[in-house]
Ligand binder design. Structure first.
Ligand code: ADP
Length: 411
């Protein structure tokens, strides 16, 4: 009985020369001991299984999880936590989490954990502490919440780490977008009002030439306003999954027409547009207005960034072997740094957000990409060198039936 009570299940009593009654007692005892042994083995197996399951769940969670006991010691952390906290191995295990030093050399958790520990039990459960830390260039949303046993005993806390770098960048770009758009909408409206007011009240006091100049300014502002309103409307339309209609169109004619439409904008900076085209092009399936807007976007960006007296080169060429036709617009402007080139097609991204020198919403190139890639199965690209200029381009497929990705109803 001593042995069994100290956990030695399976122990057997061997009795010799004992009475039948005692032998029966021994047999029952041995039977009980053997059963206890089996139960224990099953129990251990069960517990191991449960533990493995929990460990697998913890390890597979895409967020970082750090489990700390009541004395701030790290008792468990998953692989994502190690990655997000930039740890090599298990060096954080069994150490005080408040002593964790981030890549900037700061005790980034210490203060918030103190704040958490000062909360009452009720506050701990009702409102987890949420804060952001920056580790190795990544922004981590950190949530501290209490941990209880099944019997509701408080045993420590869990820190969940979520990588929100992308969302934070997006939020920043969105608020910059809103501030850009409100500025951009207000400016032309103010200009329009004052010019119209002047013309209406004092028009006859100006000579014809000045009046024409006023009307020219009004026109430029209206074109700008119109482009922006179209961009914003296109943004919601093209980003949705609504399909846009396509028909057979002549890409070469579209290039000529877009170039002639932007010609009025060349005068201010004495720019020239040089068109270079192959001789013949097959008819392509596309939405004429959408592709025209995409090309106009490239053209007006090139005009915006080209230096005075320079030439913008528009090329249209057949790449039969690649089943595509490609359009490029090259300018001799300021160019784009390599780290920004990857981002220029993202919505709201503007290189100038930091310096606010050139106006815009950061929607134009995103719309080009959506139009070409999502709605026409083509691709967009940019090649650029700072100080030398940029070449923006897009390719459209010639024969849609040769593409794997095209659904039947779109061909
Ligand atoms: P926006 O309407 O604000 O100009 P875009 O999406 O058209 O937005 O362009 C995104 C960013 O790409 C611009 O802010 C600009 O910094 C950069 N960019 C676009 N075209 C050119 C170009 N031809 N030369 C230099 N930078 C360019």
């Amino acid at each position: 009985v001593h042995k069994i009570s100290s956990g030695e299940f399976g122990y057997k009593i061997e009795g010799e020369n004992v009475s039948d009654e005692v032998q029966e007692l021994f047999d029952s005892f041995n039977d009980m001991s053997a059963r206890l042994n089996i139960y224990e083995e099953q129990n251990i197996e069960q517990i191991t299984l449960e533990r493995n399951k929990l460990e697998a769940v913890l390890m597979s969670i895409v967020n970082g999880v750090v489990v700390c006991d009541n004395n701030d010691n790290v008792v468990l952390l998953n692989g994502h936590a190690k990655e997000l906290l930039e740890l090599e191995g298990d060096e954080l295990l069994n150490t005080n989490i408040q002593q964790y030093v981030d890549t900037e050399g700061e005790y980034c958790f210490a203060e918030k954990i103190d704040e958490y520990k000062n909360l009452s039990m009720e506050e701990k459960s009702s409102k987890p502490i949420i804060f952001n830390v920056t580790i190795g260039g990544r922004i981590l949303k950190s949530i501290i919440s209490p941990m209880y046993t099944r019997n509701h005993d408080y045993v420590g806390y869990i820190i969940v780490l979520i990588d929100v770098t992308r969302e934070t960048e997006m939020d920043l770009m969105k608020s910059q977008f809103i501030s850009n758009v409100s500025h951009e909408l207000r400016t032309p409206v103010t200009v329009l009002r004052s010019y119209i007011d002047t013309l209406y009240n004092y028009g006859e006091e100006f000579d014809l030439e000045t009046q024409k100049e006023f009307i020219g300014t009004l026109n430029t502002e209206i074109v700008r306003l119109n482009r922006m309103v179209n961009d914003i409307l296109d943004f919601s339309r093209l980003d949705s999954n609504a399909k846009i209609e396509k028909s057979e169109n002549d890409i070469s004619q579209l290039v000529d027409s877009c170039v002639s439409q932007v010609e009025v904008l060349l005068k201010d900076n004495n720019l020239k547009i040089d068109i270079q085209k192959d001789n013949e092009f097959p008819l392509l399936m596309f939405n004429y207005d959408a592709i025209a807007r995409a090309l106009t976007n490239y053209l007006s960006n090139a005009i915006k960034y080209a230096p005075k007296d320079s030439t913008i080169t528009v090329k249209l060429f057949n790449e039969i072997d690649k089943n595509q036709v490609t359009v490029t617009v090259k300018d001799e402007g300021c160019g784009i740094a390599p780290e920004h080139q990857k981002k220029v097609f993202e919505r709201f991204f503007r290189v100038e957000n930091k310096i606010h020198s050139v106006k815009g919403t950061g929607l134009g190139l995103h719309l080009v990409k959506t139009t070409i890639e999502k709605h026409h199965y083509g691709n967009v690209f940019v090649q650029s060198q700072v100080g030398q200029g940029s070449t923006f381009g897009f390719s459209l497929p010639v024969d849609l039936s040769k593409l794997d990705c095209v659904e039947d109803d779109l061909v």
